[in-house]
Design a protein around this ligand. Structure first.
Ligand code: PMP
Length: 475
């Protein structure tokens, strides 16, 4: 089936969902500045000619985004979209948030860079505020700032190896931990792996992906086989002492896969039994994104030894961090370790201001309220849209797995791509994930409203309905 069907074509047909008025974006007081730069075609041509061909674009006809205000973005023609992907879980408090713009403007006009060899107030102030957001008595207090999530994960594993003196690392299948050669080795998603030496000492365990249980079992009668299997993996595949276990509290790129409540408790205990440290990759789940808790790991009632974060913590500024205990960080002092841009005053200001906004505007609570409402509506949508096989996630980190048939669970990869196109045409930007590219991903800025959530669901309803009807007609 072609992705280039006439936008909204399916809406013309007389069916139950098309009799309703088409979903419309909630109003916004913001008027975008008329765009006067290169055309969409020129942008594409420049990119094609001068950038490495690795750069990806969504959509058959890639769109441009030239302005953003809170949860909305505009393309060069002035068309507005609800940014329900948040720049891939990165625009956390809203595009061009006034407080952050003001703080960054001031910092850029004062000092962009001087190197961490000299003192500057913001790095310490930010690290102090960050430490205050970990549950007390965890010892999670000292931070090494980085420029990205990949760097933070690379650092976390290095710290764990140095602190334990062990080499073996446990990670999960279906995980994404970054695009560096080291973190590509932690990642277990063929889509993102090159045929290169990578993953030295990394062992991938079966994920707690209940919808597609790797053991063909059903929760809770499975007795958490996936969690307990890690012990055999340690016994068979390692020397018997491991450096660490790294996992996302909710697997994002893998298709928003959240484990059963007991999973992490069992695995953390096993890893610690064999001398390993537990690393929570909170690159997508940190800072209130999951609604009920500030950190993703708190949803599973565990305490990691090292926590990595990036994406949303700078609201778009290139910023990552790795927080741990002083004891675990100490062995790194045996040599010099340095990162030129990490900890610079501009990204520190972005991070500190973002954290302040999350606190001041109670965005975690908004995430809980709007996220719960949105998930409830998406679950209801399952009743009328047979393409939906599963709705997962927490807060404003949600995934919708599309299947061709709910019994066979054959991934509806082509339909997912079509729905992505159709929702975009209607003014909604969603993401896509999962090994088969059949999971729609939702992670809007945490300032979204229930009106935005209604628009999102209505829009998705229209697109899924149109896709279903097209299939019926074609078939
Ligand atoms: N960990 C997770 C869970 C991620 O989702 C990502 C990015 N998708 C990374 C690490 C890597 O972050 P970055 O792209 O900033 O290097």
């Amino acid at each position: 089936m072609s992705l280039n069907r006439v936008p909204g074509d399916g809406l013309q047909k007389q069916t139950s969902s098309s009799r309703r008025p088409a979903a419309s974006l909630p109003p916004t007081p913001h008027n975008p500045v008329p765009y006067t730069g290169p055309s969409r075609e020129e942008m594409l041509a420049l990119r094609t000619e001068y950038l490495t061909p690795t750069l990806l674009t969504f959509y058959k006809r890639p769109i441009s985004i030239v302005e953003g205000k809170m949860q909305y973005v505009w393309d060069e023609s002035g068309k507005r979209y609800l940014d329900a992907l948040g720049g891939i879980v990165t625009t956390s408090v809203g595009h061009a948030h006034p407080k952050i713009v003001e703080r960054l403007r001031k910092q850029v006009g004062t000092l962009c860079h001087a190197t961490t060899l000299y003192l500057h107030p913001t790095i310490g102030q930010f690290a102090q505020k960050l430490a205050g957001h970990f549950p007390s008595d965890t010892g999670l207090k000292v931070t090494y700032f980085t420029n990205s999530g990949s760097e933070a994960n690379d650092l976390a594993v290095m710290m764990a190896r140095l602190a334990t003196g062990s080499y073996d690392v446990l990670a999960l299948r279906n995980a994404y931990h970054g695009g560096l050669q080291s973190t590509m080795g932690l990642t277990a998603h063929g889509t993102w792996k090159y045929p290169l030496p990578q993953g030295f000492g990394v062992h991938h365990a079966a994920p707690a992906y209940c919808y597609r249980c790797p053991f063909g079992l059903t929760y809770p009668s499975c007795d958490l086989r996936c969690a307990h299997a890690i012990e055999d993996q340690i016994r068979y595949e390692t020397s018997g002492s491991v450096a660490c276990f790294i996992a996302e509290p909710i697997q994002g790129v893998g298709g928003v896969v959240d484990p059963p409540p007991e999973y992490f408790k069992i695995v953390y205990a096993l890893v610690r039994k064999y001398g390993g440290l537990c690393i929570a990759d909170e690159v997508q789940t940190a800072w209130g994104r999951t609604g009920d808790h500030f950190w993703g790991f708190q949803n599973w009632d565990v305490v990691p030894d090292i926590v990595t974060m990036a994406k949303g913590i700078g609201n778009g500024a290139p910023l990552g961090a790795c927080t741990t205990t002083r004891e675990i960080a100490e062995p790194m002092t045996q040599r010099f370790h340095f990162n030129t841009f990490a900890g610079n005053p501009v990204s520190m200001t972005a991070g500190l201001a973002t954290l302040e906004v999350i606190d001041e505007e109670n965005l975690q609570e908004n995430t809980r309220v709007v996220g719960t409402y949105l998930k409830q509506r998406l679950c209801e949508l399952m009743e009328s849209q047979p393409l939906i096989g599963d709705v997962r996630g927490k807060g404003l980190l949600l995934g919708i797995e599309l299947v061709e048939n709910r019994n066979t669970k054959v991934p509806a990869t082509a339909a997912t791509a079509d729905v992505l196109e159709m929702t975009k045409d209607r003014g909604l930007l969603l993401g896509k994930g999962g090994l088969h590219g059949n999971v729609l991903r939702i992670a809007p800025p945490m300032c979204v409203t229930t009106d935005d959530a209604d628009f999102l669901v209505d829009c998705l309803d229209e697109a899924l309905g149109a896709r279903q009807r097209d299939c019926t007609t074609d078939g």
